[in-house]
Design a binder for this molecule. Sequence first.
Ligand SMILES: Cc1cc2nc3c(=O)[nH]c(=O)nc-3n(C[C@H](O)[C@H](O)[C@H](O)COP(=O)(O)OP(=O)(O)OC[C@H]3O[C@@H](n4cnc5c(N)ncnc54)[C@H](O)[C@@H]3O)c2cc1C
Length: 385
Amino acid sequence: MNSGYELYRLGEEHEAVREAVRALAEKEIAPFAAEVDEHERYPDEALAALNKAGFNAPHIPDAYDGQGADSVAANIVIEEVARVCAASSLIPAVNKLGTMNLILGGSEELKKQVLPSIAAGEMASYALSEREAGSDTASMRTRARLDGDHWVLNGTKCWITNAGISTWYTVMAVSDPDADKPANGISAFMVHKDDPGFSIGPKERKLGIKGSPTREIYFEDCTIPADRIIGEPGQGLKLAFRTLDHTRHSIGAQALGIAQGALEATIAYVKERKQFRKAIADFQGVQFMLADMGMKIEAARHLVYAAAAKVERGDSDASFASSAAKTFASDTAMQVTTDAVQLFGGAGYTRDFPVERMMRDAKITQIYEGTNQIQRMVMARQLLR
Ligand SMILES: Cc1cc2nc3c(=O)[nH]c(=O)nc-3n(C[C@H](O)[C@H](O)[C@H](O)COP(=O)(O)OP(=O)(O)OC[C@H]3O[C@@H](n4cnc5c(N)ncnc54)[C@H](O)[C@@H]3O)c2cc1C
């Protein structure tokens, strides 16, 4: 036997990250998860704990005062927080989403202006979607017009995670309505919450991730300095799609964490709950369900870490892998959490146990950052290329 064999397991540094985040999540985030959901309130305790430990935006490079975590480490943070509270896991996940355009394509000056503040605890959001431009992002209507040394933005973005909490917003808008293709006329900008003409709407009333506010944001002659454009005019949608390659596997990590939390709660419950004078864990019908849950989670975990590593290296199939990880892990989370509720019986249907919350939270992972139908289009496009 060779216990030093290192293939197909994470290295010591990554496992150390997991140990540290798990301890923090269990002590400082888990105790508030049910109440955050019940009252649809912001997880302030999670934000404070993550900020203090530097897990709020671990992907920010060292050069901008961040932790410089690679994609696998950043995923472990998201996974471990989601294992106890999916809404709280959107703090590191959306800080990454809201800054990746900038990291991939922004000027040095803009990076220096924004990234250290996110590393220090301010938040970033990502504004791509509109009411009439969800899956079909290129049909967006928000406009950006260059006026001297300023850009002037007009329009409405919807479904913006953590809007109202965030200081910075990565915003995609049409800067050239006459471009040869709509996708070539879109640019990306960094908008600050205090910029004139920027405002936020009321919270959406959601099925799950209730601790994470989702709001519309409005631009009414919103005026920002010209150098807040990310990259060149017309690059915005390409950058947005590159960003999604870097973050879709992180939604896989979030789904994985939710599924893992549900499996652990279920294992504890079926060992305790007795029917027919036996623990229900002794019934083969229950055991087979548990085995399927564990098997799918294990497969999802490998896909999520492998995709993160591919994106980190820039492999040619990274986009496929990122979509595959997100799709498989989110479908797994939905199946596992539904089965978890089933194995809790009537108790699972109540808010006295965490699995109904986990089932409601799992659903969004099949929808946002591109629905799982859109992910399948991305994967098929890459296969057929
Ligand atoms: C809680 C929440 C948080 C979100 N956070 C953000 C955020 O921070 N920033 C942001 O920009 N957006 C965010 N979104 C938006 C999210 O990414 C979109 O909701 C998602 O991309 C789907 O767009 P849509 O809702 O307009 O659905 P639609 O595009 O209207 O899709 C409806 C259905 O049609 C299917 N469909 C559409 N086109 C096709 C096709 N070509 N082939 C097959 N099926 C298709 C879809 O898969 C879906 O099942 C969030 C959404 C929610 C609910």
